[in-house]
Write a protein that binds this ligand. Structure first.
Ligand SMILES: [Zn+2]
Length: 399
């Protein structure tokens, strides 16, 4: 499948001697094996693995960086869409609590006081040496959150990302991302989860106008809606519920109109959650309470309180299974080449590596092979093959 998708992705080099797909396949293997940098890739360039995987020797890592800076990112996005389509056709993306759900969030990939490019955002930071200009990149990423197939962990897909532009706020970036994603994936999701930053009228209205629902954290104390529900909670008896190991008290207030800038009445759900936690210091069990408030356009008839609370907590999936894994395991925040187009291309290629990797583990490996082996185990197997092979080749070659 990789060859079929990658063969259609061109770059802007006028007369390329090395096909674009060679650089792309090398970058995919770099991400799958979690090599972490182009320098690390260069150290294993002698491995025979490349002959098998690329059908030729590995090209120089300078070429790989140059090709990524000139890639057509829209074609990489088409590649992501083809992976989605294939999985959808194979019924690998079931409903999640009865709905098709996506989550989006912003992510800062790196920051520097020295290196910068024309795509860098900038901010003033107070340091011991006075105020300094810091340069950074941020993107908004959208992740699809399907339900789980029987006996398997849910398969989460990274659908797209959009770089935040200088002088732009994160919600504006998200709306640009959603405009593109809704055109390419009109029926992939009907509910978007997001954090409190997205509890804005433009965000809610945009999705409402496109026939989609929103569920975000509500914590802006200045907002009339927040003040209203704080006044209502003591007057409305809560219902008892349970979320995982936590005992909950739930309030579910519908048809709220105290946010007139949003085109539809809203529903607010609060979950006061208590669980017993063992203190590491004293070894005593203590009660820990957390208080969550979400606002949504979805009426109770379409999503009951229990499922709405479950959805609210799934907002963290993009942090836990998206950004944290991409950064800590995949090296997705590494600056492979500091140019805006290269940063965007390498991130999209990391997404192109992430989705089929997880699909393969969940759908193709038998449970007895998957059991007791973490996700990173399989990445290390590939890295071990490449490193061992490169080591043997070096030993055989004259110095
Ligand atoms: Zn930059």
């Amino acid at each position: 499948m990789a060859d079929e998708i990658l063969a259609k992705i061109p770059d802007r080099r006028p007369a390329p001697r090395i096909p674009t797909a060679v650089s792309l396949k090398a970058a995919l293997a770099m991400f799958w094996a979690r090599l972490g940098s182009l320098n690390a890739l260069e150290t294993v360039s002698s491995a025979r693995f490349w002959q098998k995987w690329l059908g030729r020797r590995l090209c120089s890592v300078d070429t790989i960086g140059r090709v990524h800076a000139q890639l057509h990112c829209e074609e990489l996005r088409t590649g992501l869409h083809q992976v989605y389509e294939r999985l959808k056709r194979n019924q690998a993306l079931p409903l999640n609590l009865g709905r098709d759900v996506a989550v989006l969030d912003g992510h800062e990939s790196h920051a520097s006081y020295r290196r910068h490019c024309c795509g860098c955002l900038r901010r003033i930071v107070s340091t011991e040496r006075g105020e300094r200009v810091q340069f950074y990149h941020r993107n908004v990423t959208l992740m699809l959150l399907p339900g789980a197939l029987p006996g398997r962990a849910p398969l989460r897909l990274l659908l797209d990302e959009e770089p935040q532009r200088p002088e732009e706020d994160e919600v504006a970036t998200a709306l640009r991302l959603l405009t593109r994603v809704l055109a390419a994936y009109p029926r992939a999701f009907d509910l978007v989860l997001a954090d409190a930053l997205y509890a804005t009228a433009p965000f809610f209205n945009f999705l409402w106008d496109h026939g989609k629902h929103t569920l975000t954290v509500l914590k802006d104390e200045r907002r009339n809606l927040y003040q209203d529900v704080q006044g209502l909670f003591p007057l409305v008896p809560p219902q008892k519920g349970r979320y995982r190991q936590r005992e909950c008290l739930w309030w579910d207030l519908a048809d709220l109109v105290s946010w007139p800038q949003v085109k539809t009445p809203l529903r607010v759900i609060r979950s006061l959650e208590t669980c017993a936690v063992r203190s590491q210091l004293t070894k005593q069990w203590v009660q820990q309470t957390s208080d969550w408030i979400w606002v949504t356009t979805l009426p109770a008839a379409q999503l009951c309180t229990e499922r709405a609370v479950g959805m609210g907590h799934q907002r963290w999936d993009i942090e836990n299974h998206g950004f944290n894994e991409l950064v800590n395991e995949w090296g997705a925040d590494h600056v492979y080449k500091h140019e805006p187009s290269a940063i965007e291309a390498f991130l999209l290629v990391a997404f192109l590596a992430y989705n089929p990797f997880h699909a393969f583990l969940r759908l193709n490996l038998k449970p007895q092979i998957r059991r007791c082996r973490s996700v990173i185990f399989w990445a290390r197997c590939l890295a071990a093959e490449i490193y061992l092979d490169a080591g043997r080749t070096r030993l055989r070659s004259p110095p």
